[in-house]
Design a protein around this ligand. Sequence first.
Ligand SMILES: Nc1nc2c(ncn2[C@@H]2O[C@H](COP(=O)(O)OP(=O)(O)O)[C@@H](O)[C@H]2O)c(=O)[nH]1
Ligand SMILES: [Mg+2]
Length: 196
Amino acid sequence: MNRVVRLTSTIYTPDQLSLPDAPQIALAGRSNVGKSSLINALAGTKKLAKVSGTPGKTRSINLYHVSPAGYYLVDLPGYGYARCSKQERQSWASLIDAYISKATSLCAVAMLIDCRHSPQLLDLELGSYLRQIGMPILVVLTKADQCKQAERAKRQREWTEILGEIQRPVPFSARTGQGREELWQALDSAVGSVPG
Ligand SMILES: Nc1nc2c(ncn2[C@@H]2O[C@H](COP(=O)(O)OP(=O)(O)O)[C@@H](O)[C@H]2O)c(=O)[nH]1
Ligand SMILES: [Mg+2]
């Protein structure tokens, strides 16, 4: 299916949060995990989301509309950037909290995990928080081109064990395009939209 992904709004502070009624899937992950690259790869362009060599830059929530399906991908600011101040970390947390509590049409959170790293504290914390609030989780293993098959399989097992009954973690590479169609299908089914 041919999908068109378009940036519709950028939100910097909780009071700017006005959200569409349409279904949403949030994308969360450590800064530098490859979130912007993933959005560009899904969209089939290099220009939509800014890919950065310096992590910890983006402090906004970006809403991307997906047509014709009619749902939104919501790019949350990356977390876990070591050099950011306590104040920055708090503003990150309050923006995310404000989003999650306001997003009544949030269908699932895609947790982006670098396939090279074994589960890290901040990712585990996010996972357990999402489970607590009963939020469906889709794990995406990014930079799959940097991992051997055995390592990818290990990550898939680890995360399935940690999170319990979840959809199979999707290996994804923005570099090679691996996993693109599988991820689109997982996103479509998370919002319950019928592809076609
Ligand atoms: N090898 C490889 N590198 C990637 C991939 N995706 C992103 N990167 C690199 O990882 C760095 C961070 O990417 P970016 O998309 O800005 O991450 P973000 O901070 O999560 O938005 C950049 O240097 C990208 O070129 C991938 O699939 N494979
Ligand atoms: Mg980014």
